[in-house]
Ligand binder design. Structure first.
Ligand code: HEC
Ligand SMILES: [Cu+2]
Length: 421
């Protein structure tokens, strides 16, 4: 009993409870202890290599420790007071030179074969450019005129703003606490996004991976794809997924304050669904393929997160028209939650001194031009948000200017368009 409580506290203190929760939450083909077997040919080879190395290590470990134990027991001082006295055994020296050589070559040959296959991005059916931002991903379907951002889902984001204590945790993780966390965001706390990457099943997809600000890394364990996203540099990698489903990953490079909050979700769909997805994205809408197939579609909590982007995208074509204040505020709140709340907090109170409160802010109550420019260009620690649409920026500015007692004017998309240069 005492031991168990102590272990539980240790596990919570070192984040092990959280890690165990996450491991099972974002790979489909791992039992939580071993590397995932994966859903691509490359992933299967990587898994086999991993197992080959593992079993080689087990055999070496058993041999070495066996000889050691045998020697310790059978040649102990009480049995052999006079140690054997020999030097320079040619046989032994040849054996311990050749044996590791054989083991290393035996592992290097299949490893090199897999590496060469991984690098071969020729004859791809589709190219997607992936750009890492602090802290989101951009997916661009090259030549298809489709590009969008993918950020942590609103529900996970709201839960993390509140923090573990707000969810009712007492400081150490109990089974009940874990059960509660497992329910957040349809069972995908911190590993759900608003707009997932959508790929066709059975097609060779080439990824061009780069970064916009700092180094990120795009990692989906079930695909065995993990590649650095480096500003000014394009890395190439590819995948061909054999199974329809939803696959998850995370940014695997420590990339700043919210590194832990830029997950990856890939929906692999049938070719027809994929075509429908591209067509509707080109038309400015949101496709059914974005609502996750299988598992997440059934989860009631996931649906609220999916609803937000659908509404955003549906209104997009109307960018030039003047909009009513209520519509702007409603939309602005969603944009705010996804893009601004990390620093300025859902309450608008910020995290002073670094991230200012927006309550009574001079900018939010002052001229619209300065407010829009700050959102477009950023300022000091605040990153630029020029990648948001005119309407999103108008909406979020309006939301900030009319919330928390602020008395600023309503901002229209046309004002944002006029300030973009
Ligand atoms: C990475 C953290 C971060 C994010 C995300 C962020 N901001 Fe900021 N914001 C800041 C910082 C830091 C400042 C203070 C800049 C300065 O004056 O040096 C600031 C200042 C502001 C101000 C002016 C406040 C004042 O009175 O000085 C406004 C308005 C604002 N941000 C709006 C937004 C909007 C809208 C978004 C989302 C689209 C956003 N911010 C996202 C960090 C952030
Ligand atoms: Cu990152």
């Amino acid at each position: 009993m005492l031991m168990k409580g102590w272990l539980a506290r240790l596990a919570a203190g070192t984040g092990m409870a959280g890690a165990a929760l996450k491991a099972s939450a974002y790979t489909n083909t791992s039992n939580g202890y071993n590397m995932p077997t994966g859903v691509t040919e490359i992933a299967h080879s990587v898994h086999s290599l991993h197992m080959a190395v593992f079993y080689t290590c087990v055999v070496i470990g058993v041999l070495v420790f066996g000889v050691m134990l045998y020697s310790i027991v059978n040649h102990r001082r009480s049995k052999h007071p006079k140690p054997a006295d020999f030097h320079e055994s040619v046989k032994v020296e040849i054996a311990w030179t050749i044996a590791p050589f054989v083991v290393l070559i035996g592992l290097a040959i299949p490893a090199a074969g897999t590496l060469i296959k991984m690098e071969d991005t020729r004859n791809s059916d589709l190219t997607v450019k992936i750009t890492g931002y602090q802290w989101k991903w951009q997916y661009e379907y090259i030549g298809q005129n489709v590009s969008y951002f993918s950020t942590l889902s609103a529900e996970s984001n709201a839960a993390r703003q509140v923090g573990a204590h707000g969810l009712g945790f007492s400081g150490s993780f109990s089974e009940a606490d874990l059960d509660q966390l497992k329910k957040v965001d349809g069972g995908h706390y911190l590993v759900n996004v608003d707009n997932p990457l959508v790929l066709p099943v059975g097609k060779k997809v080439r990824f061009l991976i780069t970064g916009n600000d700092v180094i990120h890394a795009w990692w989906v364990p079930d695909f065995a794809v993990k590649k650095d996203a480096i500003p000014g540099y394009i890395n190439e990698v590819w995948t061909k997924v054999d199974q329809i489903g939803t696959y998850r990953g995370v940014c695997a490079e420590l990339c700043g304050r919210d590194h832990g909050f830029m997950p990856i979700v890939v929906n692999v769909v049938s070719e027809d669904d994929f075509k429908a997805f591209i067509a509707s994205k080109q038309a400015g809408g949101t496709a059914a393929a974005e609502a996750a197939p299988a598992e997440t579609a059934a989860a009631p909590a996931g649906s609220s997160a999916a609803a937000a982007p659908a509404e955003t995208a549906a209104a997009a074509p109307a960018a030039a028209a003047a909009l009513g204040k209520d519509d702007l505020v409603k939309k602005g709140q969603a944009v705010y939650t996804a893009n601004c709340a990390a620093c300025h907090q859902a309450s608008g109170a910020g995290l002073p001194p670094n991230f200012p409160s927006l309550h009574g802010s001079k900018v939010a109550n002052g001229p619209a031009e300065a407010h829009i420019t700050q959102i477009l260009k950023g300022k000091n620690l605040m990153p630029p948000f020029a990648q948001l649409s005119d309407e999103d920026i108008a909406a979020v500015a309006t939301f900030e200017r009319t919330s928390w007692g602020n008395q600023g004017s309503v901002v229209q998309p046309s004002q944002v368009a006029a300030l973009r240069k």
